[in-house]
Design a protein around this ligand. Sequence first.
Ligand code: TRH
Length: 374
Amino acid sequence: MDFDIFCHVVDNFGDVGVSWRLARQLVHDHGMKVRLWLDQPYVLSRLCPDFNPLLFQQNLNGVMVCTWPESWSFVEPARYVIEAFGCDLPMPYIKAMLAKTSQPVWINLEYLSAESWVADFHGGVSPHPSLPLKRYFFFPGFGSHVGGILKERDLEVKRTAFLNHGNSKFNLMKNFGIQFIEEAFLVSVFCYEKAPLCSLLGAWARSDVPVHVLLPEGQLIHQVRSWFGFNPELKQTISRGNLHLSVIPFMSQDKYDQLLWISDVNFVRGEDSFVRAQWSANPLIWHIYPQSDLAHMNKLMAFFDRYSVRMPPELAEPLRLFWINWNTCGDVGLMWDLLADRMKLWKSHSLDWMTQLDRYPDLASNLVKFCENR
Ligand code: TRH
């Protein structure tokens, strides 16, 4: 094995989402042999319906996906060992690393952040407190001197081919089992429970143009129910004023990409959907994963500062306010109207941002280079 990637699910889908994406890219873009250890394999079956969570071990898209067992028996460690998001490696595995004549490169893959301190810590090394082993810290991030963000080599080819197919929007709606509203402004919404969605539903209902909101099933349904006064069923489209809202089934990661590509604006969250939305070249609103000490607000603003460097002030100002309010449960209805008036500007900025991101190597390439240099 070239890589062992260990992933412990804290909550939701992002931990597995990122680890699985990284594993696939190491195999397909870099020809590596990769084993992915998941403590909650069921989560992967939501993102990838071909995966059978009941099997202890299976080959999926070239990656050997294994269940992280409660009691660990001997496994020969890989050359490079990735501990995703500081999940602790099993002690018997650490001992097996120690026993090897040539010790594996042990990496802690951190969470993504645009904060400037990340560059000072990226690549840093920390000795194990009690064993003669060391661990490197690898920080995903934006720009140079950090680990980069995930992007597979053929992503742009796939995105362009999909969008150039004349019926891509219609086909995707058909696939979701919902009505296609041809003239509508399309919005995808994936965010945490506390997002102030109701104020937006009001803005969309009184919009001048039809707005079609696609909401993957999940926690936000409570807000939809309280605003409409009834419970929408899966695949049903409910309307008020110019707002049309369809609850769609949670889809595979690949299909979710397609949704991001066709939508005029994407509301995304956490880490992985946030990165994928940036590669869609479409306007995005980020609902950041909340932390108890409000550290997430610094993270949010650090990203926004980078994202808006080349943004015209008439867009940057309302957008900054919108992002802050969206993440602090403020009322965003009126702010939406300002953004709607600046949509063309926002779209062209999104394309420009994607081009800026593309100037830097992707995370998997940086990681391979980092490991091989050690
Ligand atoms: O699910 P998230 O909130 O994930 C997380 C976790 O909470 C994690 O603990 C935290 O550390 C991290 O965020 C920052 O959001 P994220 O990261 O966007 O992951 C969602 C994944 O789900 C992503 O890979 C896209 C995928 N997805 C689908 O495959 N189908 C869908 O229908 C949707 C809506 C998402």
